[in-house]
Design a protein around this ligand. Structure first.
Ligand code: NAD
Length: 373
């Protein structure tokens, strides 16, 4: 149940429930922390069984966005939204436009984007009613599909990990085991292949398996059951979260874990276990921030080169985090939180919450610029 004690303990500023019975809209927006700027995070549509389940999800996801924006050096806060409904049956123009009007009423404190089950087309309906949305179609002046940019960031994080373990960032001669060759996984495969890495992959979607085989013929397919036992230098989780757990860790033979999936560690203690086994873990919420960095550029006028330059900084930040982890003798996941919290805490001293801007303003008024940490 949502209580003020819960909000205090997680640090949320605001949680808003929106409803519009005529189109069966049930939405919750959670604004976690706007110290660094307007809260940006996608909207997810999911048939949650209960309101409590939806609340739990939106609180957890919005908090994660604060940390992701902070460690990525973005002047953005953390927010997220959920629409309770079945994406196959409940989507309509009216629902997304009603939702867009509600977002407009937050005056720019929350900016939406795509998340699970929300398409560019749905975003276009929201954009009809509010400017506080990004991930807009390229044809409408937006940045389009974020997956290639997310993949680029993951690739930079992987190069930094290889540099740390082997002393050279090249993937030539390394075996990378990719779990999930969907939007991000396929793009990542291209980059790995170009750099000379050898790919072993798994997936459960036959279309995506065939696409991958056509794209990179020398990549080897293994079925999901055998996947964790293959010989690999790098494990790249690009499908689901929580795949680093008590069952999988003893089976993994890799020296590096570096992938796109959110929340790869089932529990925080699994970061410590990886450390004890000498497996370097690339911080998931930093290296998969390329998509967030890319949409953030929309506020200054999107530009591919600018976006790629910003995403390239993930290489250096990943190495910085490895250095903090080593110097303080703590797991990488803890070091990532240390860096994110250090920036938030220092900015809290000079800034208060973001109050939003007038509704006639396309841009939230804050320079969504990248800051070197
Ligand atoms: P996607 O749905 O396009 O691809 C996921 C792939 O994983 C699919 O091909 C699916 O069949 C496969 N898969 C699902 N369950 C599997 C299993 N048990 N074993 C093997 N394969 C399985 O998703 P995506 O956009 O490529 O995102 C991949 C991951 O990266 C997700 O965890 C997502 O949350 C995260 N992520 C994505 C972005 C982005 O820009 N798309 C940004 C940040 C994080």
């Amino acid at each position: 149940m949502l209580t003020f004690e819960k909000l205090y303990s997680m640090g949320h500023e605001e949680v808003v429930f929106f409803s519009e019975p005529s189109c069966n809209l049930k939405a919750i927006v959670a604004i976690h922390d706007t110290t660094l700027g307007p809260a940006l995070g996608g909207t997810r549509m999911w048939p949650y069984a209960t309101i409590d389940e939806a609340v739990e999800d939106v609180l957890r996801l919005s908090r994660g966005m604060t940390y992701k924006a902070s460690v990525s050096g973005l002047n953005l806060g953390g927010g997220k939204a959920v629409i309770i409904g079945d994406p196959k049956k409940d989507k309509s123009e009216a629902l997304f436009r009603a939702y867009g009007r509600f977002i407009e009423s937050l005056n720019g404190r929350y900016i939406s984007a795509e998340d699970v089950n929300i398409s560019v087309n749905d975003i276009d309906h929201i954009y009809t009613e509010t400017n506080y949305v990004c991930g807009i179609d390229k044809a409408s002046g937006g940045s389009g599909n974020p997956a290639p940019y997310t993949a680029l960031g993951v690739f930079r994080g992987m190069q930094a990990s290889v540099q740390k373990v082997y002393g050279d960032k090249s993937l030539k001669g390394k075996t990378i085991a990719l779990q999930g060759v969907g939007s991000v996984g396929l793009e990542l495969s291209r980059l790995i292949h170009e750099d000379g890495g050898q790919i072993i992959f798994t997936d459960i979607n036959e279309d995506n398996i065939q696409k991958m085989k056509a794209e990179i013929p020398n990549a080897e397919y293994v079925n999901p059951d055998a996947f964790y036992d293959v010989n690999m230098d790098i494990y790249a989780p690009c499908a689901l979260g929580a795949t680093i757990n008590d069952e999988t860790i003893p089976r993994l033979k890799c020296k590096i874990v570096s992938g796109a999936a959110n929340n790869q560690l089932k529990e925080d203690r699994h970061g410590q276990i990886l450390k004890e086994r000498n497996v370097l873990y690339a911080p998931d919420y930093l290296i998969n921030a390329g998509g967030l960095m890319n949409v953030s550029i929309e506020f200054e006028g999107w530009n591919d080169a600018k976006s790629r330059r910003m995403i390239d900084t993930i290489f250096d930040t990943t190495l910085d985090i490895f250095a903090i982890a080593e110097n303080q003798n703590i797991p990488v996941n803890e070091a990532t939180d240390v860096l994110a919290e250090r920036r938030l805490d220092s900015m809290k001293k000079i800034q208060t919450t973001y109050l939003g801007r007038g509704s006639d303003h396309r841009f939230p008024g804050t320079k969504v610029r990248h800051n070197k940490l």
